[in-house]
Design a protein around this ligand. Sequence first.
Ligand code: HEC
Ligand code: HEC
Length: 290
Amino acid sequence: MASEKHFDEVTGTHTTGHVWDGDLRELNKPLPKWWLYVLYVCILWSIAYWILYPAWPSLTDYSKGYLGYSQRAEVANDIAVAKAAQEKYRQGIANTALADIPKNPELMQFALAGGAALFGDNCSGCHGRGAQGSVGYPNLNDDDWMWGGALDNIHKTISFGIRNGNEQAHSTAMPRFGLDGALEPAVINDVASYVRSTGGLEADKDAATRGAAVFAEQCSVCHGEDGKGNQELGAPNLADSIWLYGNSQKDVVTSITTGRGGIMPAWDGRLDPVSVKMLTVYVHSLGGGK
Ligand code: HEC
Ligand code: HEC
């Protein structure tokens, strides 16, 4: 490689003086100035950054930087601030009677948001995302309540559950009229027809008439003379159009033959008291609260 500056006519550019193989020359085309300056600025920036912020890892630690900034500390701080804010509301809920929570808009908003999240985590598996229920799992959006829709009723249901063995759970269960041999299949068919007719469904008239007498004798203790149910016993209203276990003749016959005995877990002990309160207010707010 010889060295000899040269002006290249074809491109109108000086060469660097590097020559290979006699006449292979390197044109002198430096990087544009603006590009170089940007590069210098970047280098300065990175040096400033190394000095100010954590940058270099070592075997056991890392350079902390002049400002001592830490994203982790920042997040921990944010969480602590959020927790403290929540704690204020949770304390408020703990110290406020259920019936008074809806009167305090701030607490209510917190309880509803928290209740909705808790519901999604703990209840929606059975009652559905929107609390709309499904066969055997009641819809909590309507104003048809088996165990009562006042705040205190809902609080008790959520705290102790239903037929789960907890001492304070709702525990009345409907007899298994067919399985226990208390009623013959034909009689069950009659009383099913009667029950369906009180619920406004088409049913065999003669069968329904015969069934009415059976109902008065066997069923009205729990479901009431008029079939409108009894919330002390969790006996559903049979004279409306809402059926937990289906309203076909076959479904109703099965309900009477086997009893259903739906089970709901207790949440007392599994969730803290403030969470149970928030859930109560949330469920109560869904539309059917009394
Ligand atoms: C394992 C399924 C299951 C889970 C989980 C569950 N439930 Fe239930 N829940 C039921 C069943 C079944 C019933 C109806 C039982 C019966 O009376 O026959 C019920 C009834 C209720 C009732 C009474 C409805 C009425 O008409 O009186 C309320 C209120 C309720 N659940 C709220 C909740 C809340 C809030 C949660 C979450 C903390 C929850 N449930 C979690 C199964 C469940
Ligand atoms: C000891 C009280 C009791 C007696 C007596 C009783 N029931 Fe029930 N019945 C209940 C309870 C509680 C439920 C709710 C069961 C559940 O959700 O698991 C129920 C549920 C039902 C259902 C299901 C309702 C639905 O929405 O799907 C039908 C139908 C029914 N009963 C009919 C009868 C008939 C007919 C008789 C008389 C032959 C009768 N019951 C006697 C307590 C009783």
